[in-house]
Design a protein around this ligand. Sequence first.
Ligand code: FAD
Ligand code: NAD
Length: 465
Amino acid sequence: MNEHSTTLLVLGGGPGGYVAALRAARLGVPTVLVEGQALGGTCLNIGCIPSKALIHVAERLEQARALAADSPLGIRSGTPTLEIAQAVRWKDGIVKRLTGGVGALLKKAGVRVVQGHGQIVDGKTVDVTDAEGRPHRLRCEHLLLATGSLPVELPGLPFGGRVISSTQALSPAALPRRLVVVGAGYIGLELGIAYRKLGAEVAIVEATERVLPAYDEELTRPLRAALERQGVVLHLGCSVQGISGDGAAVRVRTPMADEFALPADQVLVAAGRRPNTSGFGLESLLLDMNGRAVKIDDRCRTSMRNVHAIGDLTGEPMLAHRAMAQGEMVAELIAGHARHWVPAAIPAICFTDPEVVVVGQAPDAAAQSGVDAISASFPFSANGRALTLEAPEGFVRVVARRDNHLVLGWQAVGRGVSELAASFAQSLEMGVRLEDVGGTIHAHPTLGEAVQEAALRALGRALHI
Ligand code: FAD
Ligand code: NAD
């Protein structure tokens, strides 16, 4: 067996693991990264990037269709068609470019990448059989666990055949005529809308009474209206019981406990993801757990000395930018820097149509935490740029303390609002007050003016409403 010792061993090359390895190596920490599948992990290969690529294809097709119909813009064009195999190749090209870039960055930084499934022996030893079948024993001073998450499988709907996860949905060989989506969370809505725009009949079955149930009613109302306009059929408060006897439908139970059959050529189960904690010897470490996730402290330390954990493995929010920020922090800690985890907020974006952005506290969360807060919204229907983009739906909302006007949170729903997340997050990190945002000159005409106007409205002096 090939034996190798290093300072830092990172298990898992997703956004958490590869960023940690990159930062550590650049800080002079000898680093080995073990990846069982593809560098870039879920995010680059089967998550964030391919889903946004597919959403872009769907949006382009929808725009082209709109032009072929009676466009109010006066543009006329022929009826578009979609060659799905070419769309998937285009998406795969972006993934390849980005994952290749990660490999090149790691190489340049001096990270030794071992391709193979890692098996934990103890807190300082991992065995790996590489792609050529050679066994390696890797010893380390610090072990960083970054093994990510896996889709939740539902009883009665095991993956296989017609029942698919987001991974298969991102590489369709052909489009189903009727797609049933289970779950109206991030994945179900992002991909459900994309498939609808690509031409499938889409029905979404959601156990709660709301779409995006983690967000408040006011914020999701424009999204709900848009789903109806787009022709996505919603079955809210319903649960899926299984597949019908002939396999051509999903059995759905309503809130009244009636059951009906929902015809489906394909069923996308998007009912959440669970931390990837089994199949690689993690149990043998007997780490403290937080539910199904590995428990960590404010330095991403687990209950075992010099064993760290980051990303989806450590639970919600399962977002790539959180994993990256944790990875960077752990690398700096191992390099001897003083760091701990105190982000003012972790932005969350649902790339639906319209998009939804949440950064910091919403009004209900502020109230629950006992803060006396004020909130105000500014609608895109009163924003010139939104009108020129044919996107008058939605709004920007700000939440601030009543006493000193410290901004506690931002929420927005509307087309293109994902790009406002940067200014929202910066304003919270910098501890801005409503007066700071209201007094900043925002370029005209931009969607960002709605941010300034929301702050002014909270101060009782909005200009354009
Ligand atoms: P992962 O990216 O899951 O990486 C873990 C890696 O560890 C994998 O490459 C795996 O092969 C490897 N591994 C596991 N066990 C072993 C082992 N024993 N040996 C060797 N290697 C191992 N997040 C966002 O912020 N924005 C988005 O727009 C977004 N869109 C998404 C869309 C979809 C369809 C999905 C599924 C997820 C999306 N996410 C998004 C979530 C995001 O992908 C994850 O939060 C992120 O990838 C987590 O990073 P990670 O490093 O913790 O784990
Ligand atoms: P999710 O937690 O966002 O949504 C799951 C939904 O499924 C919930 O609304 C839940 O009520 C519903 N549900 C659960 N069991 C059900 C059942 N038996 N029948 C009907 N409905 C059921 O999970 P997801 O959409 O699978 O996404 C997983 C994770 O991936 C997210 O939590 C997020 O962290 C990450 N992600 C992020 C993005 C992004 O940042 N844009 C995009 C995709 C995924």
